[in-house]
Ligand binder design. Structure first.
Ligand SMILES: Cc1ncc(COP(=O)(O)O)c(C=O)c1O
Length: 421
């Protein structure tokens, strides 16, 4: 694509954008009375117009039918989680049985490690990123402590090469090789929250599986952002939150993926709850837990309906837009942003996100040596909602679902003018 640094070009791109109708399906906050440039979908996605209707429908069901809402003939609460499976499986590239919406991301990490991290005398290590999101580090370290292991010994942290921010696939593979007889689980962020780097999940999984190592991913920054093929890549387990690119609202219900090859493992350990028990006998409250088929067996509690309704509103849009179309647009949007960033004053920041298409999603991370926070504040004053990550990164994430080329162009103009000052 031959880009041009002018507003007319951006507007023409928008006119020809096959996904342009989806922008009208979202509510944009205003700054100084003007619609903001919202580039923060990697932190909290925007509210779809229909979310309110989906939630009020369930509120009304509750008002009109009380407990009978569980059995109502339209979308009964008892099986509401099933309504989300088609959308989720499309987004993560799985069978419907392999996914379920449940819980929250960090607690799901614990739930999944309970099943997939079964340390023994030889294999007791977890390989993760040194630069993982804090919550993942706390979850993994506290989890190994539950087995009376010392995180210093049991957690291997992958570091970037000196003066680099990203991880090289060959270094991840080399770390697996170096500890192939000791690693129990590889647990990585499919997309790193700080750098925006997309890991080669397929290659990592393939390599680790040669040695019987389990592989799981935190997909907080990947779901609804890039195309995923968790089933085909043979990933063992994954979890994500839904309030970022999935637009399910603050604290929205998270999700899990379990590869179907684990369904028949009768010995698999879980932190069970009644909602994971087989549906047919759940309400008979038998003494012995009988797992449901598939990822559903990992559910603990009945699903929070209002959060699930919000997720459903957004999944309907993803099903209509289709992930591969979103990804095509996303690469063009970030491609345009990268192109325009050539024309802003040099030397003040470095783009630490890898530039190759296969290694980046919607997010570009701008690393400032100095004054990054000042630039961030100035952007906010001028109507740009981006986000700041300590110690010195501004994350910019044009979301293919609702951002357009004009947003990217206007952002460039604002940034240029701030940096020229
Ligand atoms: C990569 C990553 N992991 C974990 C979390 C924690 O999510 P939660 O608070 O939903 O458990 C976040 C939150 O932003 C995140 O970005």
């Amino acid at each position: 694509m031959k880009f041009k640094a002018d507003l007319e070009f951006a507007k023409t791109m928008d006119k020809n954008d096959p996904l342009k109708r989806f922008r009208t399906q979202f509510l944009f906050p205003k700054i100084n009375g003007k619609r903001c440039i919202y580039f923060c979908g990697n932190s909290l996605g925007l509210q779809p117009v229909f979310t309110e209707l989906h939630i009020t429908t369930e509120l009304k069901k509750w008002a009109d039918y009380g407990v009978e809402g569980h059995f109502h003939n339209h979308e009964p609460w008892l099986s509401y989680h099933k309504l989300l499976k088609e959308g989720l499986s499309h987004i993560v590239g799985s069978n419907e049985d392999e996914v379920v919406a449940m819980g929250t991301l960090t607690s799901n990490i614990h739930i999944l490690l309970t099943s997939f991290y079964r340390p023994n005398m030889n294999r007791f290590k977890i390989l993760m990123e040194d630069g993982a999101f804090g919550s993942d580090t706390y979850a993994v370290e506290s989890h190994v402590q539950l087995h009376d292991l010392d995180p210093e010994m049991a957690v291997i942290k992958l570091e970037s090469r000196p003066n680099e921010f990203i991880l090289h696939t060959e270094d991840i593979i080399a770390a697996i090789e170096a500890h192939k007889n000791e690693i129990s689980v590889v647990f990585l962020g499919g997309i790193n929250y700080y750098t925006g780097q997309v890991l080669d999940m397929e290659a990592i999984t393939k390599h680790a599986h040669q040695y019987g190592i389990m592989v799981g991913f935190d997909l907080a920054h990947a779901v609804g952002n890039i195309e995923l093929k968790l089933h085909d890549w043979d990933v063992d387990f994954a979890t994500w939150c839904s309030y970022k690119y999935l637009n399910a609202g603050p604290g929205g219900i998270a999700g899990i993926f379990i590869h179907e090859r684990h369904f028949t493992d009768r010995k698999i350990k879980r932190m069970a709850g009644w909602w994971g028990h087989e549906e047919e006998t759940r309400f008979q409250m038998p003494k012995r837990f009988v797992p449901s088929y598939g990822a559903d067996a990992w559910q603990q509690s009945n699903i929070p309906i209002f959060q699930a309704a919000a997720l459903k509103a957004s999944l309907d849009l993803f099903t209509a837009a289709k992930m591969h179309h979103l990804r095509t647009k996303s690469l063009l949007l970030t491609g345009y942003l990268l192109y325009l960033l050539q024309f802003v004053p040099k030397g003040r920041f470095e783009i630490i996100t890898p530039l190759e298409d296969s290694q980046r999603g919607s997010q570009l991370s701008l690393y400032f040596e100095n004054e990054g926070h000042k630039v961030f504040e100035e952007l906010a004053k001028q109507g740009v909602v981006a986000d700041w990550r300590e110690p010195n990164v501004i994350r910019i994430a044009p979301a293919a679902m609702y951002n357009n080329y004009e947003d990217v162009y206007r952002f460039y103009e604002i940034l240029k003018q701030i940096l020229e000052k």
